[in-house]
Design a protein around this ligand. Structure first.
Ligand SMILES: [Zn+2]
Length: 282
């Protein structure tokens, strides 16, 4: 249901910029005015975020050792019946662990190495085990995470913002990591969810093969459909190693994607409030 986002978040690749907040806010007002004048599609307004900068200080806050796989990595969980977004092809015809390990040995040989040398002998088993964690999102249903709503705070209807949620994902084009931070804000209508649940929603989608644009839309979609908020804003900023390691080979480039729904969609003030809360650390 969430596999196909119904709108395209604007993607903007940028280098580090000075006065990013000022520029972003100016740009935002400008784009909104421009949009009203030109009658452009409302969703194009998300492009206003183009001037946001890559914040290295916050990137440094990401937990270290993302690729370190703890000993207690779970097996890839069986797919829940409700995980409708998981493609049929994965639910059926899944290869055995032995087949998966054989495939890793094939790739090691394709890379030019000898899978039988001592250092690589256990690598296929480790890789397959690591997949249980880094692709564990296929076995999880994000809807379920949001089912428990705290209605005792039903009187609270102002903005709820969870920012700087670190995530690690893999691009679906090269299976190379991209990682960064997600920021989520919503205006509750029927209570709020535990804040850690939003972080787990991000994890659920990040631990699949992804594009940053799809992931941003999926996060907004599931929160919108379960919590029915008055508005939701999602911003994801990430560095793509497939850009840094191969191809154009530019390190430190940040990609920003956004989704603005409901109260945030056409209201410049709401978008500015969200961006201000995300950027201002006091
Ligand atoms: Zn890629």
């Amino acid at each position: 249901m969430y596999a196909k986002p119904d709108s395209n978040p604007m993607t903007t690749r940028i280098a580090r910029a000075e006065d990013a907040m000022d520029a972003a806010l100016k740009s935002l007002s400008y784009r909104l005015t421009e949009t009203e004048d030109s009658g452009m599609e409302p969703t194009r307004q998300t492009g206003a975020l183009g001037a946001m900068r890559n914040d290295n200080a916050r990137a440094a806050e990401l937990p270290a050792g993302a690729d370190a796989v703890p000993e207690t990595v779970p097996e890839i969980a069986p797919l829940p019946a409700s995980a409708q977004r998981v493609p049929e092809a994965i639910a059926t015809g899944r290869p055995s662990r032995e087949e998966a390990e054989a495939a890793v040995r094939t790739l090691l040989r394709w890379a030019g190495d000898d899978p039988n040398r001592e250092g690589l002998r256990d690598t296929p088993a480790r890789v397959v085990k690591a997949y249980g964690q880094i692709y564990g999102g296929y076995g999880q249903d994000a809807d379920v995470l949001l089912e428990r709503v705290f209605e005792e705070v039903e009187g609270y209807s102002d903005i709820v913002l969870v920012r700087d949620i670190p995530f690690y994902s893999h691009c679906e084009h090269h299976m190379v990591p991209f990682m960064g931070l997600a920021h989520i804000a919503y205006y509750p209508t029927k209570g709020v969810v535990g804040l850690s649940k939003l972080a787990r929603v991000v994890d659920t989608f990040a631990r699949r093969l992804q594009t940053q644009e799809t992931m941003t839309a999926q996060i907004a979609d599931v929160i919108e459909s379960i919590l029915k908020p008055r508005g939701i804003a999602v911003m994801v900023e990430a560095e793509h190693l497939c850009m840094a390691m191969r191809g154009v080979q530019k390190a430190g480039v940040s990609t920003i994607t956004t989704q603005f729904r409901g109260a945030f969609r056409n209201d410049a003030n709401e978008q500015v409030r969200f961006l201000t809360l995300v950027r201002n650390k006091s």
